[in-house]
Design a protein around this ligand. Structure first.
Ligand SMILES: Nc1nc2c(ncn2[C@@H]2O[C@H](COP(=O)(O)OP(=O)(O)O)[C@@H](O)[C@H]2O)c(=O)[nH]1
Ligand SMILES: Nc1ncnc2c1ncn2[C@@H]1O[C@H](COP(=O)(O)OP(=O)(O)O)[C@@H](O)[C@H]1O
Length: 267
């Protein structure tokens, strides 16, 4: 995959401004969209979804411009060549990519931008100045992943097998130290969602207090679901008391008032 080139410092600054974006990655079927939809519904004014482009066919119920910008390969390649993309990748026989416009549209609303991208996208975003929080959502096992993908009934046997092959690669590559700030094992959905909220809250608390956007130093594995794959929680694992979480999370909307307004920092 080729990284779309940033054109000019102005665009880089425009993409960077505001609170840190959030990248959700992980195998197809791990539960990224499910978690994201809950987050976007519960905190609709706080988080905004970066609508990617893709050349894959829309699934029943998917809305053009909301779930994805559904485009042809030719249309997408033209925009890539014009430097309109932050990153793009080939996944399971289709092109996917994040346009600069997708991120800017969210930040123009003064919302925290959330990206759902594959592991190639993660590696390429790391080469940009976007500086998001990187979260990997993973299934408890490859067998459970396969069952969830089959039950979702969105794939043909061929595309399902391609996704399972990609999932095995994804799970191997995501072991790279420091690649993700947090790994969430999505076994019990509610637990996984609580962990997602907790880490987003924790980061907002720090960044809001300091008005800084520091990168995380270590990868943490969520404790609540860790036993399902025999993982041992690393030092510094996520431990947020419920009282602190409830109190602080509920303030997130208020904190937003104190965060830099999109456009304010542009030179
Ligand atoms: N690199 C990159 N990957 C993306 C982008 N948008 C979606 N993806 C990833 O493409 C993969 C396939 O997405 P999709 O076809 O919607 O299938 P699903 O994840 O199984 O619902 C997933 O891993 C997504 O995270 C993007 O803009 N860039
Ligand atoms: N914790 C969970 N337990 C059981 N089923 C789940 C869980 N999380 C997600 N699912 C289901 O698994 C399927 C894949 O989830 P989805 O959010 O589409 O994954 P992704 O966006 O990562 O491809 C969906 O049918 C979803 O309803």
């Amino acid at each position: 995959m080729i990284l779309g080139r940033m054109r000019g410092a102005g665009i880089a600054r425009a993409v960077m401004q505001g609170p840190r974006p959030v990248v959700l990655s992980g195998p197809s079927g791990a539960g990224k969209s499910t978690l994201l939809k809950k987050l976007l519904k519960d905190y609709e004014n706080v988080f905004g979804f970066s609508v990617s482009h893709t050349t894959r066919q829309p699934r029943p119920g998917e809305v053009n411009g909301k779930d994805y910008h559904f485009v042809t390969r030719e249309e997408m390649q033209k925009e890539i060549d014009a430097g309109e993309f932050i990153e793009h990748a080939e996944f399971s026989g289709n092109m996917y990519g994040t346009s600069k416009g997708a991120v800017q549209a969210v930040q123009a609303q003064n919302q925290i931008c959330v990206l759902d991208i594959d592991i190639q996208g993660v590696k390429n975003i790391k080469k940009t100045e976007l500086n998001p929080i990187y979260i990997s959502v993973q299934p408890p096992s490859i067998e459970i992943l396969e069952k969830r993908l089959r039950d979702r009934k969105t794939e043909t046997e061929e595309s399902l097998q391609k996704r399972l092959t990609a999932a095995r690669v994804d799970l191997e590559l995501s072991k790279e130290p420091g690649l993700f700030d947090l790994v969430i094992i999505n076994d019990d959905l509610e637990k996984a969602y609580s962990e997602l909220k907790a880490v987003l809250l924790e980061d907002r608390e720090v960044t809001t207090a300091l008005q800084l956007l520091p990168p995380h130093a270590e990868t943490r594995t969520s404790t609540a679901n860790a036993e399902h794959r025999g993982a041992v929680a690393a030092p510094g694992s996520l431990e947020v008391s419920k009282a602190r979480l409830d109190g602080a999370w509920s303030k997130l909307g208020e904190w937003k008032l104190f965060l830099p307004v999109a456009g304010g920092a542009a030179g």
